[in-house]
Ligand binder design. Sequence first.
Ligand SMILES: Nc1ncnc2c1ncn2[C@@H]1O[C@H](COP(=O)(O)OP(=O)(O)OP(=O)(O)O)[C@@H](O)[C@H]1O
Ligand SMILES: [Mg+2]
Length: 250
Amino acid sequence: MNTLVESRQSVVELMQVSKAYGEVEVLGNVTLSLGAGEVVALVGDNGAGKSTLVKIVSGYLMPTSGRLVVGGREVRFASPREARRCGIETVYQDLAIIGQLSLWRNFFLGQEMRRKSLGLRVLDRSAMRSICLERLRDFGLESVHSPDQLAASLSGGERQTLAIARAVHFESRLLILDEPVASLSVREVRRVHDTIDQARTRGLGILYIDHNMNHVVPVADRIAVLERGRLKTVVHRGEVSAADLADLLA
Ligand SMILES: Nc1ncnc2c1ncn2[C@@H]1O[C@H](COP(=O)(O)OP(=O)(O)OP(=O)(O)O)[C@@H](O)[C@H]1O
Ligand SMILES: [Mg+2]
């Protein structure tokens, strides 16, 4: 296997990644790569190891063994901050959007733009406000009138869209979505899936976790099936129906 060539095309590669708690192995020798502009869905029963895998890639957990390669380089994340610095952004179901802050504040949280004023570095509010609005419009949030609106005014799907637009703006290379649509209406799910399509078009790699096979099948380029911590199979788009997939998991 020519790993060098493979690494150049992939945004993230897991090589023989395992995680054990004492004697109990919850993830065993998982090898999986994800390319730029590709959506890989990760499915499996409760306790299969999906969140464990996500936490390893997003820097919350260290693997017990195995290697993680991001953008062609082997990495060892000691914290989620380090993973973010490598362009890995994770969006959870109960994500870090703060309702009582404005949209633009949420958009730039922790990554604020600054300008010089009388020799001081002050927040560049007007730049952040206009960029935020522009980006949200790019992602089809037509209902947003002002970047000063509170994030609490957004629906669940719109919040997910805000988080994804933010990841795209800050040039993340890998976007991890752990059950992003679990509590959304059909219409909102469609919005999030449209947003994922847009992010894919912009070249992000996307790791998508969802329990609902009807959600997974239309968005995923490949579907990785985990079973008790082991990668059981990886299927390509069009190879299985949602019903087949549900059977496979049963
Ligand atoms: N800190 C821990 N100590 C021991 N076992 C753990 C720990 N964290 C997770 N596990 C175990 O690891 C296994 C995988 O858990 P994980 O959360 O990755 O599953 P999952 O596929 O995300 O499940 P779900 O679909 O329910 O979210 C489970 O059996 C869980 O009990
Ligand atoms: Mg989980």
